[in-house]
Design a binder for this molecule. Structure first.
Ligand code: IMP
Length: 175
């Protein structure tokens, strides 16, 4: 598969991703019984993950979105900018931040700091993917889809320079 100007190959099939999401959805359903949970998807990358994950959660949850940006092309810039912040309505609620991928961890560090200022009752993190060899942070990923190697991936919500978010499988750069 060519995305923009680079060649990618299938890394994780859609069915494998869905099996994992089903397990995460069951865990979240158990952990948040009787609670006031708000899942906050981080745009743009988490849109597909959140959309599928929330259908495996058997509770009437609230959904919201925030928008942050750190990547340009296939490299993290190291700087994370807030484009749409967290809603004030999360005060006193149990928040689950939903991220597509944790790479250096700069993004989840910044957004965790921002969200704590809104005084939620609790904050947990759900991420589809984690690159453990690159992650420098100490914030635990409470609901993790899969650990992957330090390679650039695209599809299932993740992009390469804006392209490929719609692909239902996850692809890896074919080097
Ligand atoms: P971090 O701040 O370095 O942890 O990077 C997190 C953000 O960078 C994610 O939310 C993605 O938007 C983007 N990102 C990191 N790794 C990849 C990748 O392999 N493919 C596409 N986007 C990525």
């Amino acid at each position: 598969m060519i995305v923009k100007d680079k060649r990618f190959k299938v890394y994780l099939e859609a069915s494998t991703i869905q099996q994992r999401l089903k397990v995460l959805g069951q865990q979240i359903t158990q952990d948040y019984q009787g609670k006031n949970v708000v899942m906050v998807g981080i745009l743009n990358g988490a849109f597909m993950f959140l959309s599928d994950l929330c259908r495996y959660i058997d509770l009437p949850i609230e959904l919201s979105f925030a928008k942050y940006k750190s990547y340009q092309g296939t490299e993290s810039t190291g700087k994370v900018a807030e484009l749409i912040g967290f809603d004030d309505s999360i005060r006193g609620k149990d928040v689950v931040i939903v991220e597509d991928i944790v790479d250096t961890g700069n993004t989840i560090k910044k957004l965790t700091e921002d969200i704590v200022r809104k005084e939620p009752a609790s904050v947990k993190i759900a991420a589809l993917l984690l690159k453990p060899s690159v992650y420098k942070g100490s914030i635990p990923i409470d609901y993790l889809g899969l650990e992957i190697e330090n390679r650039f991936v695209v599809g299932y919500g993740l992009d390469y320079d804006g392209f490929g978010r719609n692909l239902k499988d996850l692809y890896v750069l074919d080097e």
